[in-house]
Design a protein around this ligand. Structure first.
Ligand code: AMP
Length: 173
């Protein structure tokens, strides 16, 4: 809904990794070992993929990064890549959802997504553990530049979408 409303290019590192796995590339095979355990894929793999995606989309009005950056090192690398393009991150949107609700949603999605990392509760818990240790600190990185907005990620899709749009509109100018 956001990419449609704002004409952005959606870049999801998870989607990019899953397409590498489907194509059985060496990168995909390496990434699969981590994904199946609920661990983050090494920074250099993900940063390389994002760098290529930025190069191959030179003329888009903007990007919506989804599931990236997930570590401080990724955030720093992204800043450097964007600097080369004389641009920067406008906003980090953090959707806050309770752990219980996250587990429920992922197990539910696992019934139709075919994603091996959505079906096993132990893997889901490991993903949440990785988030707490490595991804949560990324908000502090962007807070230092006053770029973080927290939004309640529970409620209906429309409620959450409207809350996101309000925050974006407020900071657009
Ligand atoms: P997602 O589709 O965003 O839920 O990501 C699924 C899995 O792909 C994660 O649990 C990680 O193993 C891997 N992954 C996706 N994005 C990243 C990232 N930015 N850094 C490291 N690993 C990632």
């Amino acid at each position: 809904m956001l990419i449609e409303k704002y004409g952005l290019k959606h870049l999801s590192t998870g989607d990019l990794l899953r397409s590498e796995i489907a194509l059985q590339t060496p990168l995909g095979m390496e990434a699969k070992n981590f994904i199946d355990k609920g661990q983050l894929v090494p920074d250099e793999v993900v940063i390389g993929m994002i760098s290529t995606a930025l190069e191959t989309n030179p003329d888009v009005p903007g990007f919506l990064f989804d599931g990236f950056p997930r570590t401080d090192a990724q955030a720093e690398a992204l800043d450097k890549l964007l600097q080369l393009k004389k641009t920067s991150i406008a906003l980090m949107l953090a959707l806050d959802v309770s752990e219980e609700e996250l587990i429920k949603r992922l197990l539910n999605r696992g019934q139709s997504s075919g994603r091996s990392d959505d079906t096993d509760e132990a893997v889901i818990r490991s993903r949440i553990h990785e988030y707490e240790n490595k991804t949560k600190p990324v908000a502090d990185y962007y807070s230092a530049f006053d770029k973080v907005v927290h939004i309640k990620g529970e409620g209906s899709v429309d409620e959450i979408f409207n809350a996101l749009c309000e925050e974006i509109e407020e900071r657009k100018h």
